[in-house]
Write a protein that binds this ligand. Structure first.
Ligand SMILES: [Zn+2]
Length: 314
């Protein structure tokens, strides 16, 4: 079942985490759920090619075609494999559907130009780094960007047709899933899939395992509120995160702490009066140096620092 793009980790009875191999290009995790009489896939990875392997794996594991695909949010590493599920129905929040629809057809030249810019800036950052972990992670990121660059000419946008506001329930013969949204935190609109019988949460990018969460264009304050609500409302034993290994509910606490620590750190940086470049030279926030995707901390810092500066100048 494992391949160059992902490993399969059984999370609980009838539920499998599809965990991205670092640097392979698949980037985002997915999940496969066997509801008894029907199969659901959550998120479709970053590449059409890994999406095809995901569908094949889901059919093999559950001996059924995939009836529904849930897109937890609109980011490419969770939706770019959608086109491999043309016989399935797609589910997302109303807002995620609208965001995907507003993006329109794939503009190959524009997307490739943007990726080229990301590759250039990653190479610039790489040339200033000495830490072996940071260098390895940047190299993974570069190979992900190159794989996506090559895949873009074959990419087609697939827009969900079944939408919901805050809750949608799918009842199977063996188990039931709740597709839930508490608004946007990581993105403008984030959904999770909860399986009450197995106390398992498929979290999209609201929860990561030892991987720097991506804050830009989200809302870290709302994100903390959403995670605290999940802790209060849902009994969670097992988490399939958007990035990193299958884990348990401790990862919810990890992300809350990360967001709180980042907000405190960046607001201190803003108050210090020192420049953005001074702070960027300080590297990754202490305690998180060994997490995956450490290069995203820079992006988080810049976005939050500049958002807070704009707020202060109002
Ligand atoms: Zn995301």
């Amino acid at each position: 079942m494992n391949n160059e793009y992902f490993t399969i980790q059984q999370a609980s009875e009838g539920i499998w985490g599809v965990i991205s191999v670092p640097g392979s290009g698949s980037l985002g995790n997915s999940a496969i759920i066997d509801l008894g009489d029907l199969t659901v896939v959550v998120d479709t990875t970053n590449l059409p090619h890994s999406g095809a392997l995901l569908r094949h794996t889901a059919e093999q594991l559950t001996n059924k075609p995939v009836k529904y695909v849930v897109n937890t949010h609109f980011h490419g590493d969770h939706v770019n494999g959608n086109q491999q599920f043309m016989k399935s129905e797609f589910i997302s929040t109303v807002w995620t559907r609208d965001l995907l629809s507003d993006m329109g057809e794939v503009n190959i030249d524009l997307m490739q130009q943007n990726i080229q810019k990301i590759i250039t800036s990653l190479n610039q950052v790489r040339s200033t780094q000495k830490d072996p972990h940071m260098l390895t992670e940047i190299d993974y990121d570069l190979s992900v960007q190159r794989a996506l660059y090559d895949a873009i000419p074959s990419l087609c946008r697939v827009i969900p047709t079944i939408t919901f506001e805050d809750k949608l329930v799918i009842q199977g013969t063996k188990r039931t899933i709740e597709v839930l949204s508490y608004g946007g935190g990581h993105s403008l609109s984030d959904a999770v899939v909860y399986v009450p019988e197995e106390q398992t949460l498929i979290a999209g990018d609201l929860i990561t395992t030892k991987t720097i969460p991506v804050i830009p264009y989200g809302n870290p304050y709302a994100w903390i509120r959403i995670l605290k609500r999940i802790q209060k409302d849902l009994k969670v034993d097992t988490v399939i995160p958007g990035h990193g290994e299958v884990s348990n509910s401790d990862r919810i606490t990890d992300v809350i702490r990360f967001l709180e620590n980042t907000i405190t750190y960046v607001s201190g940086a803003v108050k210090s009066g020192k420049s953005e470049s001074y702070w960027l030279e300080q590297g990754v926030l202490k305690g998180y140096e060994d997490w995956h995707l450490p290069q995203y901390f820079r992006w988080n810092f810049r976005w939050l620092f500049n958002s807070m500066l704009v707020q202060n100048n109002r």
